[in-house]
Design a protein around this ligand. Structure first.
Ligand SMILES: Nc1nc2c(ncn2[C@@H]2O[C@H](COP(=O)(O)OP(=O)(O)OP(=O)(O)O)[C@@H](O)[C@H]2O)c(=O)[nH]1
Ligand SMILES: [Mg+2]
Length: 260
């Protein structure tokens, strides 16, 4: 119809929003309602790790009432990374063209998803970014800001990767990209999973774009963030940085030997 606009990103194909949950019983209904309102053509997959608080049962009830909402139940808590790998596998099996990562706790506003999808029209991966101009965080204590900005600075320097927010978990991928980055070999669990995927995308020279977002601290439920998650990110990023420099050196020396 003339004058009617195509919803942003709806020409990207079938979109699946993957939401991992662990003890999010107070959030799961609200977040799925907001996603359905913000991007009605998208489907949702909740990946629940047998949450003791009954999140999985609430998700099942929601799925019964909505054919665009699906639930993947896993046997027990195995970390955010493993939940996403399972969710992405489900997306590929079911023929989705785009997969979105989103937390269940409301930190990632579904109302911003149309902007991420719009940016995906000219990219392979879109990262919702707190640390590009226009991005911000609301209600975070200064310690969390320092940790996130410091972690991202370290990541940028260690990996020589021009990404301002590699640890963020609000993203959109074109599904064929996931085939390229060999998801089955991803072992990272916590935040590090996010860095791992950004790093793989960068190494494969995919088009990675950062879009500013407003990240809001969760209002209900408990954080699953822990010092072991930070330690994992630190040692893996350091290892990748060393490996990448060694690889670069080896290539340089190899080229050098052909030009004595
Ligand atoms: N399925 C599954 N989901 C998880 C697991 N750990 C965390 N999540 C979910 O992943 C999302 C992010 O976890 P959060 O606890 O919010 O961690 P965070 O956003 O890094 O930290 P906060 O800023 O403190 O909220 C939430 O939707 C969690 O419920 C897990 O082991 N399995
Ligand atoms: Mg959170």
């Amino acid at each position: 119809m003339s004058g009617e606009q195509t919803p942003a990103g709806s020409d990207l194909g079938r979109v699946l929003v993957v939401i991992p949950t662990y003890n999010e019983v107070d959030n799961v209904r609200d977040i799925t309602d907001r996603v359905r309102a913000a991007v009605p053509y998208a489907e949702i997959l909740i990946v629940d790790d047998a949450s003791p608080d009954g999140t999985g049962e609430v998700a099942d009830q929601l799925a019964t009432a909505d054919s665009h909402l699906h639930v993947l139940h896993r046997a027990g808590k195995q970390g955010l990374g493993a939940a996403y790998v399972a969710g992405f596998g489900w997306a590929r099996e079911h023929g989705f063209d785009v997969v979105v990562e989103m937390d269940a706790d409301g930190s990632h506003a579904p109302e911003e998803l149309p902007r991420l999808l719009e940016a995906l029209r000219t990219a392979d991966v879109v990262l919702g970014s707190r640390w590009v101009p226009g991005g911000r965080v609301v209600n975070w204590p200064w310690r969390r800001k320092v940790l996130s900005q410091g972690g991202n600075l370290y990541t940028r320097l260690a990996l020589s990767m021009p990404v301002r927010d590699a640890t963020g978990g609000y993203r959109a991928y074109r599904t064929p990209v996931l085939d390229k980055i060999d998801l089955d070999s991803v072992a990272s669990q916590g935040y590090c999973f996010q860095v791992d995927l950004a790093w793989r995308a960068h190494q494969h020279r995919l088009r990675v774009v950062e879009v500013p977002i407003t990240f809001t601290e969760r209002q209900r439920g408990d954080s699953k963030m822990s010092s072991s998650i930070v330690r994992e990110a630190l040692w893996r990023v350091t290892l990748w940085g060393v490996q990448s420099r060694r690889e670069g050196l080896r290539r340089a020396l190899g080229t050098g030997s052909r030009w004595p």
